[in-house]
Design a protein around this ligand. Sequence first.
Ligand code: ATP
Ligand code: LTN
Length: 326
Amino acid sequence: MTRVFSGIQPSGDLHLGNYLGALRRFVDDQHEHDSVFCIVDLHALTLPHDAAALPGKTLEAAAMYLAAGLDPEVCTLFVQSQVHEHAELAWLMECNAAYGELSRMTQFKDKSARGEFVSAGLFTYPALMAADILLYDTDRVPVGDDQRQHLEFARDVAERFNSRFGPTFVVPEAAIPTVAARVMDLQNPTNKMSKSVSSPQGTVLMLDAPKDIEKKIKRAVTDTDNEVRFDIEAKPGVSNLLGVLSAATGEPPEKLAERYDQYGPLKADTAAAVIELLRPVQERYAELIADEAELRRILAAGADKAQAIASVTMARARSAVGLLPR
Ligand code: ATP
Ligand code: LTN
């Protein structure tokens, strides 16, 4: 059976981009593939963070995964830092990553340009991400388009390791969706909707009240010619709305565009579709987040299942590079 692995950072409130680009697809994957999903809290340490808030954010991310429809009886859901092999394999990945290739990562360039403290962990972030993936003999990695370069890096480092030390890792493939692979910020439609960039009016949060979702979508930046056409280059704002509506309804964005000759109705329909899409997730979330003990139990059981796989791969990797067994 194909192994699927993916991760989401508990670095902030999850948004519509995370849901359409990643989370929602995990729910379908769990029934078709042997699926492992991870809350990557070690990655959340790469940027300055609020230590007191992180445990709560991690539980919220778990509740959101479950509310979106992940079934812990069907897939494996766990927290990265609770399986120590992630940090351990990351070191082996760093020692097989070239400084030059890490320097070319566009996410590092973007994030380091923004922050005043640029940690070494932000630079080696892709090595930890490669470790996450390779520990589970992963075949497919469902991610949004922004992770394409990191996935390519994980493949390169796996191939390099295998050729230096003998066959050790499965070389993973990226699975990038055809619609909503990159949901854009509603206020700056040339930037992706993001947790780590503050744009409250441009970001639809998973837990936003329906009236806020409506307000944000109705105020989305478009252009002035009032022509509804799917053209990401020339009409990024309108195309973003069409992309979101398409992801919510399952109809191709080009086809949806034919139905509108003004922005107002497009915005109203998009807002209504998003509100309906998120409503059941929000209802389940409210129940799940109220039972912290149950969330912790699910995550502990997930960590046991994950570690049973990760420890075998880690032992293989240690032996391949010549570390002396205790
Ligand atoms: P940050 O902005 O801090 O990098 P993020 O919002 O991108 O965070 P991540 O935890 O890094 O969130 O990403 C989780 C998953 O969501 C990844 O698979 C990523 O590709 C996907 N994703 C994130 N933003 C978008 C977006 N705007 N559109 C589609 N998919 C997205
Ligand atoms: N960098 C990813 C999060 C992530 C991830 C992973 C995704 C960390 N490890 C392994 C897939 C597989 C991001 O979405 N920003």
